[in-house]
Design a protein around this ligand. Structure first.
Ligand code: ARG
Length: 462
């Protein structure tokens, strides 16, 4: 394709290091679509004849059909998907194929193809997150009243509801989806027609190709357009944040499924056994989601470092943009699917969770709050009195509400038997009815709002 000024062909090493076809063949659909949009515009503008444009379009359809049926052939001499397609087109339709590359370069071509690919990845990631959100709100709705210990420092802090806990992840994913939408909006400008770096002297119509490929508008600066990979980085940064959230959720399941916790029984379909310990059921899917987050974040770092310090416009380093994006998108899709199944198909041991919530003096804050509200004691003093009660209960090996009224009054005589109504875990969660709090009523409202936002019919549970 470029041999005109060369006396010798490339060495074997040159061919191997140069070839991107082993991975960029994943762009074949985008490459065909962009080529068809380009040549159709060339025909409409009279830059190639209408007949040639038609012949080329039909030829591209034939190449696409071959790729669909047999896969994309990998010939290192043809370097990449762009030259592979053009060369096959020439074999199929003859020298007229050579008119396709008028008024474009592989530099605007690859930027266009890759943007189209990333745009689809954004849409697919968003669909996956919506499915995971649906699974979360469904379980949250079913467990709006299920009490579990809430933790800080992974130490029992205050009782919360499982519904509230799951809805926290709904919120994370809501922000993630807004990051994706933001990235999509910003990236959706067509580089096609920027040519090698400076634009072209041919009378092309960039608005036409932009619209044909569902871009919002053409890019405004050709140098930027061929060297911009922000769109891939925006996607990877959003993907990293998503992977990070998924790994936190995965970690919760790993902890909850451990025997000392026993909060959740994961579906067999997402667990594995041990070849030596027959009793084992391991949360491998969750552990791999936790692990994959490292690789997704690593992909982001890889592309950032590739782009750092590159002068305008295109440099071949940029060919290395694709593997990290492909890898991250693949790992992320799998991770989202695994977590969706895990959330939807796990069985929660609500008795066990409730028992755990009663351990660890989780309602100590409720005692302090009661002293403030009912006995008009300043919170700092109430905190101190409560500390003494916890200490006594700990010494006796009993729960707070198992201390007798005499014992409590010996600590502070202003305590009366009204306090017991505040010390149950039910009373504790019901009291936390501030907006966004863990009270079942609040959780139900948040679930209802989320169901509406997700377009789920009210009353339905799935
Ligand atoms: N395979 C190349 C890439 O992925 C296409 C662009 C090549 N452009 C060039 N001037 N060599 O970046």
């Amino acid at each position: 394709m470029w041999g005109g000024r060369f006396a010798e062909g490339p060495s074997a090493i040159m061919r191997e290091i140069n070839a991107s076809i082993p991975f960029d063949k994943a762009l074949w659909r985008q490459d065909i679509a962009a080529s068809k949009a380009h040549v159709t515009m060339l025909g409409a503008q009279g830059i190639v004849s209408a007949e040639d444009a038609k012949t080329i379009c039909e030829g591209l359809d034939r190449v696409a059909a071959e790729y669909e049926a047999d896969g994309v052939p990998e010939d290192w001499d043809l370097e990449d998907i762009h030259m592979t397609t053009e060369s096959r087109l020439a074999e199929l339709i003859g020298p007229v194929a050579g008119r396709l590359h008028t008024a474009r370069s592989r530099n605007d071509q690859v930027a266009t193809d890759f943007k189209l690919w990333v745009r689809t990845a954004i849409d697919q990631t968003d669909d996956g997150l919506a499915a995971l959100q649906r699974a979360l709100v469904t379980q949250a709705g079913a467990h709006a009243d299920s009490i579990m210990p809430g933790f800080t420092h992974l130490q029992t802090a205050q009782p919360v509801t499982l519904g509230h806990h799951l809805m926290a992840y709904y919120e994370m994913l809501r922000r993630d989806r807004s990051r994706l939408a933001d990235a999509r909006m910003r990236m959706n400008e067509s580089p096609l027609g920027s040519a090698a770096l400076a634009g072209t002297g041919f009378p092309i119509d960039r608005d036409v190709t932009s619209a044909a490929l569902q871009f919002d508008r053409p890019t405004a600066n050709s140098l930027d357009a061929v060297s911009d990979r922000d769109f891939a980085l925006d996607y990877l940064m959003a993907a990293s944040q998503i992977a990070l959230h998924l790994s936190r959720l995965a970690e919760e399941f790993i902890i909850w499924a451990s025997q000392p916790f026993g909060f959740v029984r994961m579906a067999d379909s997402l667990s594995t056994g041990s070849s030596i310990m027959p009793q084992k059921k391991n949360p491998d899917a969750a552990e791999l989601v936790r692990g994959h987050a490292g690789r997704v974040i690593g992909s982001t770092t890889a592309l950032m470092v590739t782009m750092k310090g590159l002068p305008l416009a295109y440099s071949k380093d940029m060919q290395d943009d694709k593997p990290p994006v492909f890898e991250a998108a693949g790992l992320l899709a799998l991770s989202i699917a695994a977590m969706t199944g895990m959330v939807a198909d796990s069985t929660f041991n609500t008795n066990r969770m409730r028992e755990a919530a009663e351990l660890g003096y989780a309602t100590a804050t409720d005692l302090a709050d009661w002293l403030v509200t009912e006995a008009d004691i300043p919170f700092r003093e109430a905190h101190h009195i409560t500390g003494a009660a916890v200490k006594l209960a700990e010494q006796k090996g009993v729960a707070l509400d198992e201390l007798s009224l005499d014992e409590l009054q010996a600590i502070d005589e202003r305590i009366d038997d009204g306090v017991y109504s505040a010390l149950s875990v039910e009373a504790s969660v019901a009291a936390r009815a501030s907006y966004g709090g863990t009270a079942p009523e609040q959780v139900k409202q948040q679930v209802a709002a989320a169901r509406k936002a997700l377009g789920l019919n009210d009353g339905a549970t799935a």
